[in-house]
Design a protein around this ligand. Structure first.
Ligand code: SB7
Ligand code: NI
Length: 188
């Protein structure tokens, strides 16, 4: 089971290293890692389990965040339609994307960053993605809104990129050209 002590933090070079493509059939250790990543995000969003194990809530977690330089991550989030998007993505790719950008009104945070870094994080507003699941089935989906943002945050981890790399350092809240704000509520 993944705990906070297993999550590496900024300053660790592994977070800045590009992860390796995963080969199929999946090695048992990678399959186990995938299951544990998904277990972490699910448990971390369960108030009782998060408290019991001291987990910081997160909608996603990528393998490099536990020091494993393999191209996979887990996401667990509720969509606008009330359905849950809960999966492990192996070798994820953005097949196509909108020209339009989007950013969260609240900015972003990261389980590997123990401080708040304010500012808008511009990302593609809509993406079509493909990846393999843990059974080796090819998946393809279209994402927009918060799920699209979260997918891109995790994909960045596989390439050694952290969310604040995308913040305008001169003016963190500068208007994003061709970007739409995603209102996260919380007195924004
Ligand atoms: C805000 C938070 C996340 C994604 C997009 C916006 C995920 C935070 C947890 N992680 O550090 C996962 O890498
Ligand atoms: Ni992160």
């Amino acid at each position: 089971m993944i705990l906070m002590k297993d999550i590496i933090r900024e300053g660790n070079e592994l977070l800045r290293t590009c992860a390796e493509e995963v080969s199929f059939p999946l090695a048992p250790e990678i399959e186990q890692l995938g299951r544990e990543l998904l277990e972490y995000v699910q448990n971390s969003q369960d108030d009782d389990l998060a408290e019991k194990y001291g987990l910081r809530p997160g909608v996603g977690i990528a393998a490099p965040q536990v020091g494993q330089l393999h191209r996979l991550f887990a996401l667990h989030l509720e969509q606008d339609n009330g359905e849950w998007l809960s999966f492990v993505a192996v070798n994820p790719k953005i097949v196509s994307h909108s020209i339009e950008l989007a950013y969260l009104s609240t900015g972003e945070g990261c389980l590997s960053v123990d401080r708040s870094v304010p500012g808008y994080v511009p990302r593609y507003a809509r993406i079509t993605v493909k990846f393999k699941d843990l059974s080796g089935n090819e998946k393809r989906m279209r994402l927009k809104g918060f799920p699209a943002i979260a997918f891109q945050h995790e994909l960045d981890h596989l390439n050694g990129v952290l969310f604040y790399d995308r913040i305008n350092s001169d003016d963190p809240y500068a208007e994003i050209e061709n970007g739409i704000m995603i209102d996260m509520g919380k007195d924004q």
